[in-house]
Design a protein around this ligand. Structure first.
Ligand code: BG6
Length: 496
């Protein structure tokens, strides 16, 4: 838990970007206002634009107003927070900036006394990571002296196996793995953390959590938004890199992993790695058996007409980048052998919904003869967002003289039970970095394994430059090809 005597300095590279404005500063302010942020602290924002401290503070006041979960209860509280915000203009590629930064930090630390704890946050485009790490190393800022030094890296961690390895090598030239925090904001979501509690603090699920009882698993991350202002980035990424390599594979690991010995970074990371290592390699020459890709066309989302992906700003009119992906993965181990895990992620779908459906097997024998197939088998539904909660479906007798079966749902809604607002993922994760807890972060070897799993899909798609990319109507549940894909195994998508 936070300790009042843990001063720290946070340096944000890429301070004029969206992430700082929409997520980081609002999260830091929420922590401050709820008295969870250790004090005293100093936040140094670095970017190329020339700006005074005052101007930066003014912009951040607006950022908190527009994007903050917690608003300042008074201007006095904001002013106190803002006093700890500084702006340092400079080019992250230029070593001179780091000399200046070092002098600035030393000065702050001297004035406030106590340990010199430093946290460097890379919120820049990933093309700058190498330079930032190099310059932190060469200026001596990567070394811990009289306190801890940590670095946070935002996704994407590379764009394939090779580039991920190169990034890890570069980070490890100057930082120890225990200093590196690779953020995946899905791991900071309350309901994702609850997944671990559901599995490992309840006895009733564990005996059922395996191939003997589970028919298949669906992990869905559906968004209604399109690529918005990020067309240029998205063209290079696509849904597989943007969502599956990180968020969906993390969810898969949390569902499939063996119980770690304790809820600490090393045992949790080790168990997650074992899941990835057990995933059956996808066959490069039979990619259609493992993956479907598609692009959104024009359509209606939430009643509004929207353009198709190829008409978005920054997107090539003949783009082959996927905005939808469905995957089938098998895990070759005792617990999961032959249980398909279907993963799907897409933009401009019918509804914003992230959820995991654990579909149980049918009863082995149906005694209610007029219902030879019984009703739908039991399903455990874990809703990550929105409408966070859990639901379990059961068969029940419909009241009446006939023996009719129906499905009922036991539904637990987070908001109804606990009330109030959950903290944002970035609040939790920033606090964890400050406390040195890497449990909810991605370890370097996990990232490389994740890329390795997707490598055949990426390569097969890259080399196929001619076959048409299926198009789905914006506002729909994806292409018919994805329905046929899962139907081949006798299942269908559960559309929230
Ligand atoms: C990001 C992706 O990692 O996650 C975005 O880059 C995506 O494309 C976002 O929209 C989704 O996050 P959330 O928290 O809104 O589900």
């Amino acid at each position: 838990m936070p300790s009042a005597d843990e001063p720290f300095s946070l340096v944000i590279f890429g301070a004029s970007g969206d992430l700082t404005r929409r997520k980081l500063v609002p999260a830091l302010f929420a922590l401050y206002a709820t008295r969870t942020l250790p004090e005293p602290f100093t936040i140094v924002a670095v970017a190329r634009t020339e700006m005074s401290h005052e101007e930066f503070r003014r912009r951040m006041r607006e950022a908190v107003r527009d994007h903050g979960r917690v608003q300042p209860p008074s201007e006095y509280v904001w002013e106190r927070f803002a006093q700890a915000l500084y702006y340092l203009p400079g080019d992250p590629k230029d070593l001179a900036l780091y000399t200046e930064l070092k002098a600035f930090l030393s000065d702050v630390e001297q004035r406030r006394g106590g340990p010199a704890n430093r946290l460097f946050y890379c919120a820049t485009p990933p093309s700058l990571y190498d330079d930032i790490v190099e310059n932190l190393g060469n200026s001596g800022l990567a070394q811990s002296r009289n306190g801890w030094t940590r670095i946070v890296v935002e996704k994407p961690f590379g764009h394939d196996v090779e580039s991920a390895r190169a990034l890890n090598r570069q980070l490890r030239r100057y930082f120890g793995e225990d200093q590196i925090y690779r953020i995946d904001h899905y791991l900071g979501k309350e309901t994702v953390q609850n997944l671990l509690v559901l599995r490992f603090a309840n006895q009733i699920f564990e005996p059922l959590w395996n191939r003997n009882h589970v028919a298949h698993v669906q992990i869905t991350v559906a968004e209604t938004i399109g690529v918005e202002t990020r067309g240029a980035y998205y063209e290079e990424a696509g849904a597989l890199r943007d969502m599956v390599q990180n968020h969906l594979l993390q969810l898969l690991c949390l569902i499939a992993m063996e119980p770690p010995v304790t809820f600490d970074a090393a045992p949790v990371h080790d168990e997650k790695n074992k899941v990835l290592a057990a995933i059956h390699p996808v066959a490069l020459d039979h990619i259609d058996e493992a993956a479907v890709r598609a692009q959104y066309g024009p359509g209606f989302v939430e009643g509004r007409p929207v353009v198709g992906y190829r008409q978005e700003k920054g997107v090539a009119p003949d783009s082959r980048t996927e905005t939808y992906v469905a995957l089938k993965l098998l895990i070759d181990n005792w617990r999961w052998a032959s249980v398909p895990f279907y993963l799907r992620a897409g933009k401009r779908l019918a509804k914003r919904a992230s959820e995991i459906a654990i579909q149980f097997r049918r009863t082995p024998h149906m005694i209610f003869r007029r219902h030879p197939d019984g009703v739908e088998p039991n399903m455990l539904l874990i809703r990550i967002q929105p409408d966070e909660g859990l639901a379990l479906t059961l068969a029940a007798k419909v009241p009446g003289p006939d023996l009719k079966l129906g499905v009922v749902k036991l539904d637990f809604k987070y908001g109804e039970v606990f009330g109030g607002q959950s903290p944002e993922a970035y609040e939790r994760l920033l606090l964890d970095v400050i406390h040195g807890d890497a449990t909810l972060f991605a370890r370097g070897d996990w990232v490389e394994l994740a890329w390795q799993i997707l490598d055949p899909v990426l390569r097969a798609w890259a080399r196929d430059t001619t076959s048409p990319i299926p198009v789905y109507e914006a506002g729909s549940w994806g292409p018919p090809e994805a329905d046929a894909f899962i139907a081949r195994d006798g299942f269908r998508w559960r559309n929230p």
